[in-house]
Design a binder for this molecule. Sequence first.
Ligand code: ADP
Ligand code: DP6
Ligand code: CO
Length: 354
Amino acid sequence: MAHQATISAPVNIACIKYWGKRDTSLILPTNSSLSITLNQDDLRSTTTAQCDPIFSPGDKLWLNGKEEVVKFGGRTATCIEVLRGWRRDLEKDKGLEPLSTYPLRVASHNNFPTAAGLASSASGLAALVFSLATLYSLPQSLGQLSLVARQGSGSACRSLFGGYVAWREGTQPDGSDSIAEEIAPRDHWPEMCALICVVSDAKKGTSSTSGMQRTVETSTLLQHRLTIVPERMSSISHAIKERNFDSFAQITMTDSNSFHAVCLDTSPPIFYMNDVSRSIIAMVEELNRVSGELGYGRIAAYTFDAGPNAVIYALEKWMGLVEKSVRRWFPQEGIVEVELEQEGNKVLGKFDER
Ligand code: ADP
Ligand code: DP6
Ligand code: CO
């Protein structure tokens, strides 16, 4: 019987966006970023890793039932190589069965659209790394595993943790301090909810990897953004610590807009948002204007990754109103109210049931 491990990893949606690499092979970012991890019952990647000496030589990977080539020297191969090396060390130390010499078979499924700007590479690569670490019984910490997941897809390093997670850009040329860490657990602010508005489940035209590379090469606005992000990182961490939703919302929305402005400043320009995305922005801004006038401060925060789909963060007491507004103005769009890494909230639907 083959040795086998199956695990799921959740998606994380950034409030301060990672967009740009200073080192493309180690995946070292041009700025630190911060995200919230969603509940893995909602948007998740589920990955099974197997190894067996009877498998034909070479590692294989299937994504959503379709074989993907594990390119020699590519990102997936790099993750496998590091984890296999750690297993080899363990075998030497403890005289364990030489799993590190067996070919691997990895199969992964996403229960939501892949490559549509809903962070499939984050949950996908986190699941890949964690399934192999489990298969190999590795003793490494989540922080150490985040260094490996980062080399698979930058945003994946944050999906190894629940709650509120920062990815520190680090200063070491070898990337040893470009690591993810939980800054607050989910239950620090349990009222925080997310609504995913599926504007389109189509695969994006420009992958995050190639899009951000083009931005680094051509955008002058990116240089300005990089001077601003450190201050935003500390203000949003503070807002989270203080559970100050008004400030959290202001920073989250501003950073999403700053990221999409930098995409527009790229040559040729990248358009991830569409007219529906922009109408969702207008709707949330209007909700916040009214709630502000009534003295409640901001009650909702939109953010868009590299795609047209909106994620709206709101506190539980306001989510009913936010959801009703979205349904009223966007009756044709798919909506999923998701939990944040904890039992308790109501789930209205799942992508795989749409
Ligand atoms: P997204 O916005 O969904 O993160 P990206 O362009 O960043 O889109 O990355 C999409 C790529 O991530 C896919 O083409 C695939 O190579 C990889 N990926 C997505 N899901 C998985 C998974 N479950 N396992 C392995 N790789 C995955
Ligand atoms: C807009 O992590 O998908 O979602 O490191 O090249 O795999 P690679 O890119 P990826 O980029 C994510 C970009 C983003 C913002 C974020 O998640 O911080
Ligand atoms: Co991605």
